[in-house]
Design a protein around this ligand. Structure first.
Ligand code: 5GP
Ligand code: ZN
Length: 116
């Protein structure tokens, strides 16, 4: 599995940095965002180091997104949000700060919940 020694998410995948894991299979990992924008804020990443959507191949993207409904349903059952944002930033200009592809799942609880 290709990874980048300086990448914080690759370190999480290797277990060098602890994380609260939500879901894992051979290709992807989901874990709680360290800075919970709202309760249940989760990140879904490929285990292979891909910087952004421009490096992602269709097969991996398709597997990664096949996990999204499972995660969404799990978050809904656990946290009982009213809604859910699914967000992906690509490139510094677009607000990306960690350069290992990731999808944010942000449960929404209504006005003033901290996001948007
Ligand atoms: P971006 O701004 O690149 O779309 O999102 C990066 C996300 O990674 C941020 O929401 C940030 O809180 C999260 N993050 C950064 N470092 C860590 C870490 O060490 N552990 C976890 N769980 N999340 C992190
Ligand atoms: Zn990485």
């Amino acid at each position: 599995m290709s990874n980048d020694v300086n990448c914080i998410f690759c370190k999480i995948i290797k277990g060098e940095i602890p994380s609260a894991k939500v879901y894992e299979d051979e290709k992807v990992l989901a874990f709680m965002d360290i800075s919970q924008v709202t309760k249940g804020h989760t990140l879904l990443i490929p285990k292979a180091h891909k910087t952004d959507v421009f490096e992602l191949d269709t097969e991996l993207a398709s597997h990664l997104f096949s996990v999204v409904p499972k995660l969404a349903k799990g978050l809904k059952a656990t946290y009982k949000p009213e809604g859910l944002n699914i967000v992906n930033n690509n490139g510094e200009t677009a607000g990306q700060t960690v350069f290992h592809y990731h999808v944010h799942l942000i449960p929404r609880y209504g006005k003033g919940d901290g996001f948007g």
